[in-house]
Design a protein around this ligand. Structure first.
Ligand SMILES: CC(C)(COP(=O)(O)OP(=O)(O)OC[C@H]1O[C@@H](n2cnc3c(N)ncnc32)[C@H](O)[C@@H]1OP(=O)(O)O)[C@@H](O)C(=O)NCCC(=O)NCCS
Length: 177
């Protein structure tokens, strides 16, 4: 029996946040940096529990994405992971259902940077691959992020998007997308 918990970071016990970090460390096999984890904080988490075992996590945080002269309010999805021995059972879909409701209800668009492994998962849910150039608003100006081109997905909500246009993210430590 799977139960999906939804909570803001502020309402999660430190032990639950530690369990989420541990799950993501396992899922990404040590490739989850402190910055990556920090990027998942400060918004809404969806956690799938099998009894007292955490089997899936995802979070959505607010960021600004610049597009066609506007600073759009984006629900940016981070920290998506399902325990390796529990995949293809709908747990990823269950946590994304929660976050997509949040995105549709509160943001101009959803956005995320997908791993190669997860691209088909997001595409099957209606997320669209950004086709145009990506960039970041850094402390020294706007800088192209070519290495991220072809891995950014958006969920259109309230604002018309030109998927072949430029998309610029706000600044943060660690990976900017
Ligand atoms: C991507 C991930 C979150 C998917 O979670 P999941 O619980 O296995 O996904 P679901 O069972 O909810 O899959 C729902 C649908 O998505 C699609 N899908 C999921 N995983 C897929 C895969 N590896 N390849 C192709 N399609 C996939 C399928 O259409 C699937 O439906 P189906 O099983 O009926 O065919 C999981 O594989 C994972 O944690 N991967 C490693 C970490 C990672 O890459 N996270 C994403 C960071 S951006």
């Amino acid at each position: 029996m799977i139960e999906v918990q939804t909570a803001h970071t502020a309402d999660l016990d430190p032990a639950i946040l530690r369990a989420a970090r541990t799950l993501l460390d396992d899922v990404f096999e040590g490739d989850m940096s402190d910055h990556d984890w920090e990027h998942s904080l400060g918004g809404v988490h969806a956690l799938a529990w099998e009894g007292d075992e955490l089997v899936a996590h995802a979070a959505v945080v607010q960021r600004r994405l610049m597009h066609r002269g506007r600073a759009l309010r984006a629900g940016y999805v981070e920290g998506v992971g399902v325990r390796a021995d529990r995949r293809r059972r709908g747990h990823g879909a269950a946590v994304m259902d929660v976050l997509e409701r949040v995105v549709r209800g509160a943001y101009d668009l959803g956005a995320l940077g997908a791993t190669d492994e997860a691209a088909a998962f997001y595409a099957a849910r209606g997320w669209e691959l950004w086709q145009g150039p990506t960039s970041a608003l850094t402390p020294t100006g706007t800088t192209r992020t070519e290495q991220e081109d072809g891995s950014i997905y958006v969920l259109p909500v309230a604002v018309p998007l030109d998927l072949s246009g430029e998309l610029t993210c706000d600044w943060r430590d660690g990976d900017v997308w």
